[in-house]
Design a protein around this ligand. Structure first.
Ligand code: BGC
Length: 390
Protein backbone atom coordinates (compact mmCIF):
# COMPACT_ATOMS: atom_id res chain seq x y z
CA UNK A 1 0.00 0.00 0.00
CA UNK A 2 2.69 2.42 1.15
CA UNK A 3 4.97 1.31 -1.70
CA UNK A 4 2.18 1.90 -4.21
CA UNK A 5 1.72 5.38 -2.89
CA UNK A 6 5.44 6.15 -3.16
CA UNK A 7 5.45 4.82 -6.70
CA UNK A 8 2.50 7.03 -7.63
CA UNK A 9 4.26 10.07 -6.13
CA UNK A 10 7.44 9.27 -8.07
CA UNK A 11 5.45 8.92 -11.27
CA UNK A 12 3.68 12.22 -10.74
CA UNK A 13 6.98 14.00 -9.95
CA UNK A 14 8.67 12.65 -13.07
CA UNK A 15 5.60 13.58 -15.14
CA UNK A 16 5.82 17.11 -13.77
CA UNK A 17 9.56 17.34 -14.48
CA UNK A 18 9.00 16.02 -18.00
CA UNK A 19 6.36 18.69 -18.61
CA UNK A 20 8.73 21.38 -17.34
CA UNK A 21 11.47 20.26 -19.75
CA UNK A 22 9.05 20.25 -22.65
CA UNK A 23 8.16 23.88 -22.97
CA UNK A 24 5.57 24.80 -20.39
CA UNK A 25 3.96 28.09 -21.41
CA UNK A 26 5.87 31.11 -20.20
CA UNK A 27 5.45 31.95 -16.55
CA UNK A 28 3.55 35.00 -15.35
CA UNK A 29 3.66 37.01 -12.15
CA UNK A 30 1.34 34.34 -10.70
CA UNK A 31 4.20 31.86 -10.81
CA UNK A 32 4.62 29.80 -7.65
CA UNK A 33 6.61 26.74 -6.69
CA UNK A 34 4.89 23.40 -7.09
CA UNK A 35 4.38 21.55 -3.81
CA UNK A 36 5.15 18.11 -5.14
CA UNK A 37 8.29 18.92 -7.13
CA UNK A 38 10.73 21.63 -8.06
CA UNK A 39 8.77 22.60 -11.17
CA UNK A 40 6.78 25.80 -11.22
CA UNK A 41 3.01 26.05 -11.32
CA UNK A 42 1.39 29.04 -12.88
CA UNK A 43 -1.82 30.17 -14.49
CA UNK A 44 -1.83 29.70 -18.28
CA UNK A 45 -0.57 32.52 -20.49
CA UNK A 46 -3.51 34.93 -20.78
CA UNK A 47 -2.61 35.56 -24.45
CA UNK A 48 -3.84 32.01 -25.16
CA UNK A 49 -7.29 33.05 -24.00
CA UNK A 50 -7.66 36.16 -26.14
CA UNK A 51 -10.25 35.55 -28.85
CA UNK A 52 -13.26 37.09 -30.56
CA UNK A 53 -16.11 34.61 -30.27
CA UNK A 54 -19.86 34.95 -30.60
CA UNK A 55 -19.37 38.71 -31.12
CA UNK A 56 -17.61 39.11 -27.78
CA UNK A 57 -14.08 39.28 -26.42
CA UNK A 58 -12.86 36.20 -24.61
CA UNK A 59 -10.22 36.73 -21.95
CA UNK A 60 -8.54 35.17 -18.96
CA UNK A 61 -9.20 36.98 -15.68
CA UNK A 62 -7.13 36.52 -12.55
CA UNK A 63 -8.35 36.87 -8.96
CA UNK A 64 -5.92 37.09 -6.08
CA UNK A 65 -6.16 37.37 -2.31
CA UNK A 66 -3.74 38.21 0.50
CA UNK A 67 -3.25 34.55 1.51
CA UNK A 68 -1.45 33.29 -1.56
CA UNK A 69 -4.37 31.93 -3.58
CA UNK A 70 -4.88 32.68 -7.28
CA UNK A 71 -7.89 31.84 -9.41
CA UNK A 72 -7.92 32.12 -13.20
CA UNK A 73 -11.31 32.32 -14.92
CA UNK A 74 -12.25 32.63 -18.56
CA UNK A 75 -15.54 34.09 -19.70
CA UNK A 76 -15.69 31.26 -22.30
CA UNK A 77 -18.11 29.02 -20.42
CA UNK A 78 -17.60 31.07 -17.24
CA UNK A 79 -14.91 28.57 -16.35
CA UNK A 80 -12.46 28.11 -13.56
CA UNK A 81 -9.21 27.47 -15.43
CA UNK A 82 -6.75 27.35 -12.51
CA UNK A 83 -7.18 27.38 -8.75
CA UNK A 84 -3.86 27.70 -6.93
CA UNK A 85 -3.92 27.28 -3.16
CA UNK A 86 -1.14 26.84 -0.61
CA UNK A 87 -0.25 23.30 0.42
CA UNK A 88 1.05 22.19 3.83
CA UNK A 89 4.46 23.77 3.08
CA UNK A 90 2.87 27.02 1.98
CA UNK A 91 3.61 26.37 -1.69
CA UNK A 92 0.78 26.85 -4.18
CA UNK A 93 -0.79 23.86 -5.89
CA UNK A 94 -3.25 23.94 -8.78
CA UNK A 95 -6.13 21.75 -7.62
CA UNK A 96 -8.35 21.82 -10.72
CA UNK A 97 -8.08 20.26 -14.15
CA UNK A 98 -8.22 22.40 -17.28
CA UNK A 99 -6.58 23.42 -20.51
CA UNK A 100 -3.95 26.02 -21.44
CA UNK A 101 -5.88 27.86 -24.15
CA UNK A 102 -9.38 28.74 -25.26
CA UNK A 103 -8.73 26.71 -28.43
CA UNK A 104 -8.20 23.59 -26.34
CA UNK A 105 -11.48 24.22 -24.51
CA UNK A 106 -13.25 24.62 -27.86
CA UNK A 107 -12.11 21.13 -28.91
CA UNK A 108 -14.42 19.81 -26.18
CA UNK A 109 -12.23 16.81 -25.28
CA UNK A 110 -13.83 17.20 -21.87
CA UNK A 111 -16.40 19.96 -22.47
CA UNK A 112 -17.28 20.71 -18.87
CA UNK A 113 -13.91 21.35 -17.16
CA UNK A 114 -14.53 24.12 -14.59
CA UNK A 115 -17.55 25.44 -16.48
CA UNK A 116 -20.77 27.04 -15.36
CA UNK A 117 -23.43 24.48 -16.16
CA UNK A 118 -26.76 25.78 -17.42
CA UNK A 119 -29.52 25.84 -18.02
CA UNK A 120 -29.81 22.56 -16.17
CA UNK A 121 -27.10 20.77 -14.21
CA UNK A 122 -27.10 17.04 -14.87
CA UNK A 123 -29.69 14.93 -16.71
CA UNK A 124 -33.32 15.30 -17.69
CA UNK A 125 -34.85 12.00 -18.82
CA UNK A 126 -35.27 11.72 -22.60
CA UNK A 127 -34.78 15.50 -22.70
CA UNK A 128 -38.49 16.01 -22.13
CA UNK A 129 -40.59 17.85 -19.59
CA UNK A 130 -43.96 19.56 -19.38
CA UNK A 131 -44.60 22.98 -17.88
CA UNK A 132 -48.04 24.60 -17.57
CA UNK A 133 -49.41 21.88 -19.86
CA UNK A 134 -46.87 22.52 -22.62
CA UNK A 135 -44.37 19.81 -23.62
CA UNK A 136 -40.74 20.78 -24.26
CA UNK A 137 -38.08 18.77 -26.08
CA UNK A 138 -34.43 19.44 -25.22
CA UNK A 139 -31.22 18.32 -26.96
CA UNK A 140 -30.42 14.64 -26.55
CA UNK A 141 -26.67 14.81 -25.99
CA UNK A 142 -26.06 11.94 -23.57
CA UNK A 143 -27.39 8.60 -24.80
CA UNK A 144 -31.17 8.97 -24.56
CA UNK A 145 -31.08 11.96 -22.20
CA UNK A 146 -30.09 15.60 -22.05
CA UNK A 147 -27.04 16.46 -19.94
CA UNK A 148 -25.70 19.78 -18.65
CA UNK A 149 -27.83 22.02 -20.88
CA UNK A 150 -27.41 20.04 -24.11
CA UNK A 151 -25.10 20.49 -27.11
CA UNK A 152 -24.98 24.22 -26.62
CA UNK A 153 -25.05 24.58 -22.87
CA UNK A 154 -23.49 27.50 -21.01
CA UNK A 155 -20.13 25.68 -21.10
CA UNK A 156 -19.77 26.77 -24.75
CA UNK A 157 -21.10 30.31 -24.36
CA UNK A 158 -19.24 33.57 -23.97
CA UNK A 159 -20.34 35.46 -20.88
CA UNK A 160 -19.98 39.22 -20.64
CA UNK A 161 -17.47 39.93 -17.90
CA UNK A 162 -16.93 42.71 -15.38
CA UNK A 163 -13.99 42.52 -12.99
CA UNK A 164 -15.43 44.18 -9.86
CA UNK A 165 -12.17 44.14 -7.88
CA UNK A 166 -8.87 42.24 -7.60
CA UNK A 167 -10.78 39.37 -6.02
CA UNK A 168 -14.19 39.51 -7.69
CA UNK A 169 -15.51 38.81 -11.19
CA UNK A 170 -19.08 39.11 -12.45
CA UNK A 171 -20.18 37.10 -15.48
CA UNK A 172 -23.51 37.43 -17.27
CA UNK A 173 -25.09 35.35 -20.00
CA UNK A 174 -28.46 35.93 -21.64
CA UNK A 175 -29.88 32.66 -22.94
CA UNK A 176 -32.50 33.27 -25.61
CA UNK A 177 -36.04 31.87 -25.48
CA UNK A 178 -35.90 28.36 -26.98
CA UNK A 179 -32.12 27.90 -26.65
CA UNK A 180 -31.42 24.18 -26.17
CA UNK A 181 -35.21 23.76 -26.15
CA UNK A 182 -35.74 25.64 -22.88
CA UNK A 183 -38.51 28.26 -22.63
CA UNK A 184 -37.97 31.93 -21.75
CA UNK A 185 -35.22 34.49 -22.14
CA UNK A 186 -33.07 33.66 -19.13
CA UNK A 187 -30.57 36.18 -17.76
CA UNK A 188 -27.99 34.40 -15.61
CA UNK A 189 -25.35 36.17 -13.52
CA UNK A 190 -22.52 34.43 -11.71
CA UNK A 191 -20.21 36.27 -9.32
CA UNK A 192 -16.95 34.62 -8.29
CA UNK A 193 -15.36 36.05 -5.12
CA UNK A 194 -12.01 34.91 -3.77
CA UNK A 195 -11.89 35.53 -0.01
CA UNK A 196 -8.75 36.13 2.03
CA UNK A 197 -9.62 32.92 3.90
CA UNK A 198 -8.98 30.99 0.65
CA UNK A 199 -12.66 30.52 -0.03
CA UNK A 200 -14.08 30.79 -3.51
CA UNK A 201 -17.67 31.94 -3.32
CA UNK A 202 -19.91 31.38 -6.36
CA UNK A 203 -23.14 33.33 -6.33
CA UNK A 204 -25.71 32.50 -9.01
CA UNK A 205 -28.72 34.62 -9.99
CA UNK A 206 -31.22 34.19 -12.80
CA UNK A 207 -34.44 35.74 -14.02
CA UNK A 208 -36.79 34.77 -16.83
CA UNK A 209 -39.60 36.26 -18.89
CA UNK A 210 -41.47 32.91 -19.25
CA UNK A 211 -41.95 30.07 -16.81
CA UNK A 212 -38.93 27.78 -17.15
CA UNK A 213 -36.67 25.40 -15.24
CA UNK A 214 -33.17 26.28 -14.05
CA UNK A 215 -30.46 24.42 -12.14
CA UNK A 216 -27.04 26.07 -12.29
CA UNK A 217 -23.81 24.63 -10.97
CA UNK A 218 -20.07 24.67 -11.47
CA UNK A 219 -18.27 21.67 -12.91
CA UNK A 220 -14.78 22.00 -11.41
CA UNK A 221 -12.76 18.76 -11.57
CA UNK A 222 -10.65 18.67 -8.40
CA UNK A 223 -7.54 16.73 -7.49
CA UNK A 224 -6.23 17.87 -4.11
CA UNK A 225 -2.90 16.12 -4.80
CA UNK A 226 -2.55 18.63 -7.66
CA UNK A 227 -4.09 18.63 -11.14
CA UNK A 228 -2.36 16.04 -13.30
CA UNK A 229 -1.63 13.70 -10.37
CA UNK A 230 -2.61 10.16 -11.32
CA UNK A 231 -5.56 9.51 -9.03
CA UNK A 232 -8.06 10.86 -6.54
CA UNK A 233 -8.91 7.51 -5.02
CA UNK A 234 -6.60 8.39 -2.10
CA UNK A 235 -8.37 11.71 -1.41
CA UNK A 236 -10.37 11.38 1.82
CA UNK A 237 -14.03 12.38 1.52
CA UNK A 238 -16.86 13.03 3.92
CA UNK A 239 -20.39 13.97 2.80
CA UNK A 240 -23.20 15.00 5.12
CA UNK A 241 -25.84 12.87 3.43
CA UNK A 242 -27.79 10.00 4.94
CA UNK A 243 -29.31 9.15 1.55
CA UNK A 244 -28.49 9.22 -2.15
CA UNK A 245 -30.46 8.92 -5.37
CA UNK A 246 -30.10 5.52 -7.03
CA UNK A 247 -30.06 5.72 -10.84
CA UNK A 248 -31.05 3.55 -13.78
CA UNK A 249 -28.53 2.44 -16.37
CA UNK A 250 -28.87 5.79 -18.19
CA UNK A 251 -28.06 7.62 -14.92
CA UNK A 252 -31.57 9.00 -14.36
CA UNK A 253 -32.68 8.86 -10.70
CA UNK A 254 -35.26 6.14 -10.10
CA UNK A 255 -37.12 8.53 -7.76
CA UNK A 256 -36.24 6.58 -4.62
CA UNK A 257 -34.14 8.01 -1.80
CA UNK A 258 -31.86 5.22 -0.65
CA UNK A 259 -30.23 5.31 2.79
CA UNK A 260 -26.41 5.22 2.48
CA UNK A 261 -26.02 3.09 5.62
CA UNK A 262 -24.50 -0.28 4.82
CA UNK A 263 -23.70 0.73 1.20
CA UNK A 264 -20.51 1.96 -0.55
CA UNK A 265 -22.28 5.36 -0.64
CA UNK A 266 -21.83 5.91 3.08
CA UNK A 267 -19.47 8.89 3.34
CA UNK A 268 -21.00 10.14 6.60
CA UNK A 269 -17.70 9.13 8.21
CA UNK A 270 -14.56 10.10 6.21
CA UNK A 271 -13.03 7.44 3.99
CA UNK A 272 -10.87 7.45 0.90
CA UNK A 273 -12.81 7.76 -2.36
CA UNK A 274 -11.23 4.45 -3.40
CA UNK A 275 -12.12 2.47 -0.28
CA UNK A 276 -15.38 0.97 -1.57
CA UNK A 277 -15.36 2.09 -5.22
CA UNK A 278 -14.52 -1.44 -6.41
CA UNK A 279 -17.36 -3.11 -4.48
CA UNK A 280 -19.71 -5.28 -6.52
CA UNK A 281 -22.77 -3.05 -6.28
CA UNK A 282 -25.51 -2.41 -8.81
CA UNK A 283 -25.39 1.37 -8.31
CA UNK A 284 -21.60 1.57 -8.68
CA UNK A 285 -22.02 -0.53 -11.81
CA UNK A 286 -24.66 1.84 -13.23
CA UNK A 287 -22.47 4.86 -12.49
CA UNK A 288 -19.18 3.15 -13.51
CA UNK A 289 -18.10 4.35 -10.09
CA UNK A 290 -19.62 7.23 -8.12
CA UNK A 291 -21.84 9.39 -10.33
CA UNK A 292 -24.79 10.02 -8.04
CA UNK A 293 -26.66 12.80 -6.35
CA UNK A 294 -26.40 12.84 -2.58
CA UNK A 295 -29.42 14.06 -0.63
CA UNK A 296 -27.81 16.50 1.75
CA UNK A 297 -28.84 16.48 5.41
CA UNK A 298 -30.37 19.69 6.75
CA UNK A 299 -27.75 22.40 6.37
CA UNK A 300 -27.11 26.06 5.78
CA UNK A 301 -24.14 28.04 4.53
CA UNK A 302 -22.37 27.93 7.92
CA UNK A 303 -21.55 24.20 7.97
CA UNK A 304 -19.68 22.26 5.29
CA UNK A 305 -21.75 19.63 3.52
CA UNK A 306 -18.65 17.89 2.20
CA UNK A 307 -14.97 17.83 3.17
CA UNK A 308 -12.12 16.36 1.13
CA UNK A 309 -8.51 16.02 2.21
CA UNK A 310 -5.26 15.09 0.50
CA UNK A 311 -2.63 13.39 2.63
CA UNK A 312 -0.06 14.22 -0.07
CA UNK A 313 -0.42 18.02 -0.05
CA UNK A 314 -2.32 18.45 3.22
CA UNK A 315 -4.89 20.53 1.31
CA UNK A 316 -8.45 20.33 2.62
CA UNK A 317 -11.52 21.41 0.66
CA UNK A 318 -14.77 22.23 2.43
CA UNK A 319 -17.95 22.71 0.40
CA UNK A 320 -20.77 24.94 1.63
CA UNK A 321 -24.00 25.35 -0.29
CA UNK A 322 -27.63 26.39 -0.18
CA UNK A 323 -28.53 23.61 -2.63
CA UNK A 324 -30.30 20.40 -1.52
CA UNK A 325 -28.15 18.00 -3.58
CA UNK A 326 -24.54 17.20 -4.37
CA UNK A 327 -23.55 15.28 -7.49
CA UNK A 328 -20.44 13.33 -6.57
CA UNK A 329 -18.70 12.15 -9.73
CA UNK A 330 -15.43 10.21 -9.42
CA UNK A 331 -14.02 11.02 -12.87
CA UNK A 332 -15.08 7.67 -14.34
CA UNK A 333 -15.13 8.93 -17.92
CA UNK A 334 -11.66 10.52 -17.90
CA UNK A 335 -9.26 8.51 -20.07
CA UNK A 336 -5.88 10.28 -20.02
CA UNK A 337 -5.67 9.48 -23.73
CA UNK A 338 -4.03 12.80 -24.66
CA UNK A 339 -1.48 15.02 -22.96
CA UNK A 340 -3.55 18.12 -23.62
CA UNK A 341 -4.10 19.22 -20.04
CA UNK A 342 -2.43 22.27 -18.49
CA UNK A 343 1.35 22.07 -18.79
CA UNK A 344 1.07 19.12 -21.20
CA UNK A 345 -0.39 16.80 -18.60
CA UNK A 346 -2.72 13.88 -19.25
CA UNK A 347 -5.74 13.48 -17.01
CA UNK A 348 -6.27 9.74 -16.49
CA UNK A 349 -9.24 7.70 -15.35
CA UNK A 350 -10.36 8.82 -11.90
CA UNK A 351 -7.72 11.53 -11.64
CA UNK A 352 -10.35 14.08 -10.56
CA UNK A 353 -13.57 14.27 -8.64
CA UNK A 354 -16.49 16.69 -9.00
CA UNK A 355 -18.75 17.93 -6.24
CA UNK A 356 -21.53 19.71 -8.11
CA UNK A 357 -24.00 21.47 -5.83
CA UNK A 358 -27.46 21.51 -7.36
CA UNK A 359 -31.10 20.55 -7.26
CA UNK A 360 -31.71 16.92 -8.11
CA UNK A 361 -31.27 15.59 -11.66
CA UNK A 362 -34.53 15.12 -13.58
CA UNK A 363 -36.49 17.24 -11.07
CA UNK A 364 -38.71 18.64 -13.90
CA UNK A 365 -40.13 15.10 -14.28
CA UNK A 366 -40.14 14.05 -10.64
CA UNK A 367 -42.79 15.82 -8.57
CA UNK A 368 -41.36 14.53 -5.28
CA UNK A 369 -38.05 16.37 -5.89
CA UNK A 370 -37.64 20.04 -4.91
CA UNK A 371 -38.89 22.20 -7.77
CA UNK A 372 -36.54 23.83 -10.27
CA UNK A 373 -39.28 25.98 -11.81
CA UNK A 374 -38.55 29.70 -12.18
CA UNK A 375 -41.36 32.12 -13.01
CA UNK A 376 -41.28 35.67 -14.36
CA UNK A 377 -40.90 38.10 -11.44
CA UNK A 378 -38.96 35.55 -9.35
CA UNK A 379 -35.18 35.61 -8.89
CA UNK A 380 -33.24 32.37 -8.75
CA UNK A 381 -30.48 32.92 -6.19
CA UNK A 382 -28.07 30.40 -4.73
CA UNK A 383 -24.60 30.42 -3.19
CA UNK A 384 -21.89 27.74 -3.05
CA UNK A 385 -18.48 28.14 -1.42
CA UNK A 386 -15.38 26.00 -1.98
CA UNK A 387 -13.01 26.75 0.92
CA UNK A 388 -9.42 25.56 1.07
CA UNK A 389 -7.14 25.13 4.07
CA UNK A 390 -4.07 23.09 4.95
C1 BGC B 1 -22.22 13.65 -14.70
C2 BGC B 1 -21.41 12.56 -15.34
C3 BGC B 1 -20.76 13.12 -16.55
C4 BGC B 1 -19.91 14.27 -16.13
C5 BGC B 1 -19.38 14.92 -17.37
C6 BGC B 1 -21.29 14.71 -14.27
O1 BGC B 1 -22.00 15.74 -13.69
O2 BGC B 1 -23.00 13.17 -13.65
O3 BGC B 1 -22.20 11.45 -15.70
O4 BGC B 1 -19.99 12.18 -17.22
O5 BGC B 1 -20.65 15.21 -15.43
O6 BGC B 1 -18.25 15.55 -17.17
Amino acid sequence: MKNNKNLLMMLSCSAALFAACNGNPKTTDSTVKDSASTTTQHVPDSANFEADLQGQKVKLFTLKNTSGATVAITNYGGRLVSLLVPDKDGKATDVILGYDSVKSYQKRGEPYFGAIIGRYGNRIAKGKFTLDGKAYQLDINDGVNTLHGGFNGFYGKVFSAKQLSASQLELTYVSKDGEGGYPGNLTATVVYTLGDDNSLKIEYKATTDKTTVVNLTNHAYFNLNGAGSPTITDNVLQINADAFLPVDTTLIPTGKLQPVKGTPFDFTVSKTIGKDIGTADEQLKNGKGYDHNFVLNKHDLTTPIATVKSTVTGITLEVFTEEPGLQFYSGNFLTGATKDGKGGKAYPYRSAFCLETQHFPDAPNQAAFASTVLKPGQTYHTVTIYKFSK
